[in-house]
Write a protein that binds this ligand. Structure first.
Ligand SMILES: Cc1cc2nc3c(=O)[nH]c(=O)nc-3n(C[C@H](O)[C@H](O)[C@H](O)COP(=O)(O)O)c2cc1C
Ligand SMILES: O=C(O)C(=O)c1ccccc1
Length: 392
């Protein structure tokens, strides 16, 4: 008999039978509870850094509520006993449509400060790729060493010095990363009142920048090594992290950085998507940075359909505001090739380390899978705009 992989929704039964299955019963099943408990656990400066957004956080909140405009239309008797959530992204067969969005210094959400490594291990366990930030606490080689069979992506903040960018990308290639994501929406840091109020930016203390500080080219820019003067090194980092003059004339140079699949993150306008693809970029990452960068923007999910259309068949990764299985289903129906999550897994990490992230992923996948079962859309190919009803 052919071996059948279980449906992700079967996690529901495992949780009901927790005494028998060994599932962690202490971890929450809704984002609201996950967030509240993580906020009660983490130090206040980390809460402000992770939870905070730009301005009055209108865009950040609207990213989530904008999904409510859409409803999944139930279809009956279509034969949805078995679901298939697998996707193929840049030729990589992935068991689920989820990705772990890059979160700078996520290491700090773990009690031991090495949450990047826990995230990478959760990626290995779950088959959900991690997009590792340039700002991992631990060196990218150590992060990549945890990935097992799961492919990993490296996210680049393009520094002022191109030699530093080239060094990071070649290190990522050598470490076995399978794709590069260049983030464009953070050429300058947003206005973030929660962090401003606390006078807090964890990176400026420097103790969490080991990946940056391990870079041989970056180190040549320092008068003293970070081991001798961590504060001075952090200030050099802050002034060098991002080149605000980056523009479309630099696209060919960005493309020349790697032969790996290359995505541009932060694209929300169809003309930008088209220009990127015409310039040889492999994929679009439609995101407004979870509302952390520019307030007053439009919820990212509202912009996804036109970006997908302009991408002309190139893969489009989506994030910003995904909090539950219904959001995953809706983003896929609106044309995303894969859906990334940010804060939910940071909170899972805070509450339960690697297990906490795996629990968050399994819960999201179970919820999405059961929705696809109950509403009659057994595969991702069945999810298209016709599956959705837009409320007037
Ligand atoms: C604490 C935190 C740090 C982040 N750091 C990065 C980063 O280093 N690079 C990046 O491209 N995006 C970064 N992001 C943005 C995420 O990749 C993603 O776009 C966002 O979290 C998605 O929104 P969500 O949190 O609503 O799911 C960060 C987000 C958070 C919450
Ligand atoms: O906080 C962020 O969202 C982020 O992406 C970032 C950018 C620069 C430095 C540290 C984090």
């Amino acid at each position: 008999m052919e071996h059948e992989t279980p449906n992700y929704g079967d996690y529901q039964l495992e949780v009901y039978l927790r005494g028998l299955t060994g599932v962690r019963e202490d971890l929450p099943f809704t984002f609201a509870e996950l967030e509240a408990r993580a906020h009660a656990t983490l130090p206040p400066d980390i809460v402000s850094y992770v939870a905070g957004g730009a301005g009055n956080e209108y865009t950040q909140n609207a990213n989530v509520t904008a999904f409510d405009r859409w409803g999944v239309i139930p279809r009956m008797l279509v034969g949805a006993a078995r679901r298939d959530l697998s996707i193929n992204l840049f030729g990589m067969a992935l068991p689920t449509p989820l990705l772990l969005a890059p979160i700078g210094v996520i290491g700090l959400c773990a009690q031991d400060g090495h949450g990047d490594l826990a995230t990478a291990r959760a990626a290995a366990t779950s088959g959900v790729p991690m997009i590792a930030s340039t700002l991992t606490v631990d060196p990218l080689e150590e992060v990549a060493a945890q990935f097992g069979e799961t492919p990993g992506f490296f996210q680049l903040y393009n520094p002022k010095d191109r030699a530093v960018a080239e060094s990071f990308v070649s290190r990522a290639e050598a470490a076995g990363f399978k794709g590069i994501v260049v983030t464009l929406d953070t050429l300058q840091l947003g206005w973030r009142p929660r962090d401003l109020k606390l006078g807090n930016f964890p990176q400026l203390k420097g103790h969490c920048l080991a990946n940056y500080f391990s870079d041989p080219v970056f180190r040549t820019k320092l008068a003293k090594p970070p081991e001798e003067d961590v504060r001075a090194a952090a200030l050099v980092w802050a002034s060098e992290l991002s080149d605000p003059t980056l523009n479309w004339n630099d696209l060919a140079w960005l493309r020349s950085l790697t032969k790996l699949p290359l995505l541009l993150k932060g694209i929300c306008h169809p003309e930008d998507a088209k220009r990127a693809i015409d310039g040889g970029i492999d994929g679009i990452y439609c995101s407004n940075h979870g509302g952390r960068q520019a307030n007053g923007g439009i919820p990212a999910i509202d912009l996804l359909p036109t970006v997908v259309e302009a991408a002309g068949g190139a893969p489009v990764v989506f994030d910003s505001g995904v909090r539950g299985g219904e959001h995953i289903v809706k983003a896929l129906a609106l044309g995303a090739s894969a859906v990334a999550i940010g804060r939910p897994y940071a909170y899972g990490l805070a509450l339960g380390g690697e297990d906490g992230i795996v629990h968050v992923l399994r819960s999201l996948l179970a919820e999405a899978d059961l929705l696809m079962a109950i509403d009659g859309y057994p595969t991702i190919a069945d999810l298209n705009p016709d599956a959705l009803h837009a409320r007037a």
